[in-house]
Design a binder for this molecule. Structure first.
Ligand SMILES: Cc1ncc(COP(=O)(O)O)c(C=O)c1O
Length: 437
């Protein structure tokens, strides 16, 4: 029996081993940013922003697209543009970053939390259909970590029940379903370019829209209510003149420097997504050989899979351990700090999803009751978070094949010495994600 690194044994990786780091930039990015600095266009319908918007929309196969401040307001504006407001119900998966549900509450809608599939951690479509009521206006699908739900069935489901489909694509720039880009399947999609994301400008967001009417609406929502006025016009859309179409809103724009970083990142995106996808499949093939380790399900319709996190599951009952113990031991073997971690808290017990702490949400006793996350049962989300789920940031998939072999070897070492992992005094961990990673 080998002694685990966490118990003072020899780690599988030499001390000081360098793992790939994120975010990545190159000299072309520095030049693009410098060019913006030297120009007198730093924001507001600038040429770099629109160049990026057109290129990114085309890459994902969308019709119209525009930048915004971050992925949280992107979801909020998607809801507002679709006319979703007070007391409307929106179906949201119980496992996601809290912003997906918080954005619904911020437009006074009611997020109805539904459970996820055990083998993809994406929206369970049976649970989603069962949650539809007369008040339901939309479903938000989150393409979570590195898996997808059945998008063909979901699109049919929305059509059948006359519901809007919003895609939260914060995790999956570069994913394709039957050759169709994520973000181009719903009525509106929302994206995040926050530092940890696979396409990043430190902070930033994006919306893609199916119709020009939705594009005009989101343009106004992100720009203090002003009418669309890109000059020269983008997506072949003419300028809307006058204030008669102006609406009430705030400022959710993005700067030209951010757009410059995004243009640089976009030139590398597809190649990086392909590398991660290849390494993920390579690692999954090795993990599948280890007893008690369950790779996630990859649907056959996925033509390219992007990974915000690489994830896998423990057969926690058979191994008689929990994921917090396993992650701690795995990080010690690999010298990866806290890189391997438990997945997101279920939204019915998430330390950062607290709709009842905000006075402006107190529309009435009935609303207060409806948005209380505790009323939802999310057993599969809870099991993934508290028991079986292991997640690691996508940069792990940007290491060499030899490094990926080390990850598989470390997992195997733990399984071969599972008694020692079991004895680690680490309980199922109740923590909230301080970072949106
Ligand atoms: C699934 C998901 N949705 C929405 C967001 C919100 O994006 P942002 O951090 O850019 O506001 C995040 C991000 O962090 C996310 O992971």
């Amino acid at each position: 029996m080998a002694v685990l690194a966490i118990n003072g044994g020899k780690p599988l990786c030499a001390k000081g081993k360098k793992w790939a780091k994120w975010p990545i930039s190159d000299e072309k990015d520095v030049e693009l940013v410098a060019k913006v600095t030297r120009s007198n266009r730093w924001s507001y319908d600038g040429p770099v922003e629109w160049k990026f918007a057109e290129a990114f929309t085309k890459y994902q196969g969308g019709k119209y697209g525009l930048c915004c401040a971050n992925g949280t307001v992107g979801i909020q504006m998607a809801l507002e543009a679709l006319g979703i407001g007070a007391y409307d119900e929106v179906i949201v998966p119980g496992m996601t970053w809290q912003a997906t549900a918080a954005a619904c509450v911020d437009v006074n809608a009611v997020p109805v939390l539904v459970d996820i599939e055990p083998d993809t951690w994406n929206l369970d479509l049976d649970a989603a259909e069962a949650a539809i009521t007369r008040k339901t206006k939309a479903i938000i699908v989150v393409h979570l970590y590195g898996c997808m739900t059945d998008m063909t069935r979901l699109m049919k489901l929305c059509k059948k029940h006359n519901l809007y489909l919003i895609e939260d694509c914060a995790h999956q720039h570069g994913s394709f379903w039957k050759g169709q880009g994520v973000g181009s399947m719903g009525d509106v999609s929302s994206w995040s370019f926050q530092e940890s994301k696979v396409l990043s400008s430190g902070e930033g967001g994006f919306n893609m829209c199916k119709t020009k009417e939705l594009f005009y609406k989101i343009y106004s929502l992100r720009n203090c209510g002003r009418s669309y006025a890109a000059e020269p016009p983008v997506f072949g859309l003419n300028k809307k003149v006058g204030m008669e179409t102006a609406i009430q809103s705030g400022n959710y724009r993005l700067t030209e420097w951010q757009a410059a970083l995004l243009l640089g990142g976009l030139s590398r995106l597809d190649q990086q997504v392909k590398l991660r996808d290849e390494n993920a499949q390579y690692l999954n093939a090795q993990l599948a050989q280890i007893p008690g380790i369950l790779p996630m399900r990859r649907r056959k319709e996925i033509t390219q899979q992007s990974y915000f996190n690489f994830t896998f599951r423990l057969d926690a009952k058979a191994l008689k351990i929990n994921n917090a113990q396993f992650c701690a031991a795995l990080n010690a073997e690999l010298g990866t700090g806290d890189a391997f971690e438990i997945p997101y808290d279920p939204l019915n017990s998430c330390g950062l999803y607290k709709p009842l702490t905000k006075t402006r949400h107190k529309l009435g006793a009935d609303y207060w009751k409806a948005v209380n996350p505790k009323r939802f049962k999310l057993p599969v989300c809870t099991d993934a978070n508290q028991s079986c789920g292991v997640a690691v940031h996508h940069v792990m998939l940007m290491n060499s094949k030899k490094d990926i072999d080390l990850v598989a070897a470390a997992v195997k070492k733990l399984v071969d010495n599972i008694d020692a992992v079991r004895k680690l005094g680490i309980g199922p961990k109740k923590k909230y994600q301080a970072l949106s990673r």
